[in-house]
Ligand binder design. Structure first.
Ligand code: PMT
Length: 401
């Protein structure tokens, strides 16, 4: 935490008073803190308290009224090593999720490249409202880390989820993040994601339902932790975002994916293969559209595609960590253990299509991590793919190459 730059956004809720303790914790740990308050936050805690604790003038407006000095949201966003919004009201969460940049806090949020932490605080009913749930899901998908509110008595005297997490716990989460980031800085990661398409003719292909969400989540999480990431991606929709620290290599077929992955693997410390690679491709690729009446094709001859994981596993040199996935529908543990051995992997991430909310397309996954070094398997509950990505990277951090 020493020397880190923290932008702390404070919004207008009763929990704003707890932000003072959070500023103290950051400053005591040696961080520099720049507080940005929304206009409403000033009704709950004074800027004087926060500027005294942080040792910096608090920013609320785009301009300082008496001097006309302009506060650059771009500079602030770029200055930040972590951008923390605590407490985050339903209104600020909605503005962040939808890019409503009508105050200094949301404008700076849109300009930052730092990891963003959001600690919601609001009444139980507001927290449960589908709009808030949707907005928080959007922030998560945009890469923000949500520091879940605790349960307890709220300002309204209702009891439920909505109390901002205690400053000590918010501080710990951000401190942990910096420690993890330090561990991954400069680490070279190769990640494969998405499906492969195996062409039949110019309009048809053999493919699968992979959306790329799992692999992109791992790539973005690793880049947010400071790793140098090469993401070799099969064809996925345009909506998937990549972190600026990710080098994206787009491919279509398994053969192309192998070529790109094998090249990146030479320099990689860690490879995580989450792509759903087609095991077969048509033996012949037609250069014009096949016509049912004219060509009269009854069946397609298929040939085996290369196994990318097994190829990299065979060429793995000491010091490299190779992680695969296993997507199963039955005999999950046995099949995953067999793939772990056969492909010379160090760890395999098992997900089963029998688990609701796991596998293809969805934003969640339920995984078990199985290790080659003989340690006990870890089973995780259903989580967002971003959280699963964090669990996978945390597990890799404990492995010896
Ligand atoms: O993309 P999403 O919609 O988010 O879905 C995520 C996912 C379900 C695709 C992902 O979580 C997942 O399970 N990926 C692996 C899918 C798969 O092909 O599993 P498999 O059990 O067939 O393959 C085992 C391992 O070998 C995988 O690491 C795979 O990348 C690799 N493999 C497989 C075949 C092949 N020819 N080459 C390979 O490298």
């Amino acid at each position: 935490m020493k020397g880190k730059h923290i932008v702390l956004g404070i919004t207008g809720g009763i929990a704003a008073y707890k932000a003072a303790a959070l500023v103290r914790l950051f400053v005591k740990a040696g961080a520099e803190v720049q507080v940005i308050m929304t206009p409403n936050a000033r009704e709950f805690i004074t800027p004087v308290t926060l500027s005294t604790l942080s040792g910096k003038p608090v920013i609320t407006e785009f301009f300082t009224a008496n001097t006309g000095e302009w506060h650059s949201h771009v500079d602030l966003g770029l200055w930040a090593d972590a951008f923390v919004v605590a407490p985050a009201t339903a209104s600020t969460i909605a503005k962040m999720a939808n890019g409503v940049a009508d105050n200094m806090l949301v404008t700076s949020y849109l300009s930052t490249r730092a990891q963003v932490f959001v600690a919601p605080a609001m009444d139980f009913d507001m927290m449960q409202h589908p709009t808030t749930t949707r907005n928080i899901a959007t922030l998560r998908a945009d890469g923000c880390r949500i520091i879940e509110p605790a349960e307890g008595e709220l300002a309204s005297h209702l009891v439920g989820k909505g109390r901002m997490e205690e400053p000590e716990n918010i501080f710990r989460e951000i401190d942990d993040f910096f420690n993890l980031t330090a561990g991954m800085k400069g680490t070279k990661l190769l990640i494969t994601a998405g499906p492969t398409y195996e062409k039949i003719d110019p309009v048809r292909f053999i493919g699968n339902y992979s959306s790329g969400k799992m692999g992109y989540a791992i790539a973005n999480e690793a880049a947010a932790r400071g790793a140098d990431v090469v993401l070799v991606s099969g064809p996925v929709g345009d909506s998937l975002q990549v972190h600026p620290g990710v080098k994206l290599v787009k491919v279509e077929s398994a053969v192309q994916m192998l070529e790109a992955a094998a090249e990146a693997f030479q320099a990689a410390d860690i490879a995580i293969l989450s792509a759903a690679v087609a095991d077969y491709r048509p033996a012949r690729e037609y250069d014009r559209k096949i016509k049912r009446e004219k060509d009269g094709i009854e069946s397609l001859e298929l040939v085996k595609n290369p196994d990318i994981a097994a190829t990299l596993g065979a060429s793995k040199h000491p010091g490299q960590i190779l992680v695969g996935f296993a997507l199963e529908t039955d005999h999950e543990l046995d099949n995953a253990a067999e793939k772990l051995r056969r492909k010379n992997l160090d760890m395999i991430v098992l997900n089963s299509l029998r688990d609701k909310g796991a596998g293809f397309g969805v934003t969640t996954n339920k995984v078990s991590l199985i290790y080659a070094d003989g340690r006990e398997r870890t089973d995780f509950p259903l989580k967002t793919k971003t959280e699963v990505a964090a669990d996978i990277l945390d597990a890799i951090a404990t492995m010896k190459p």
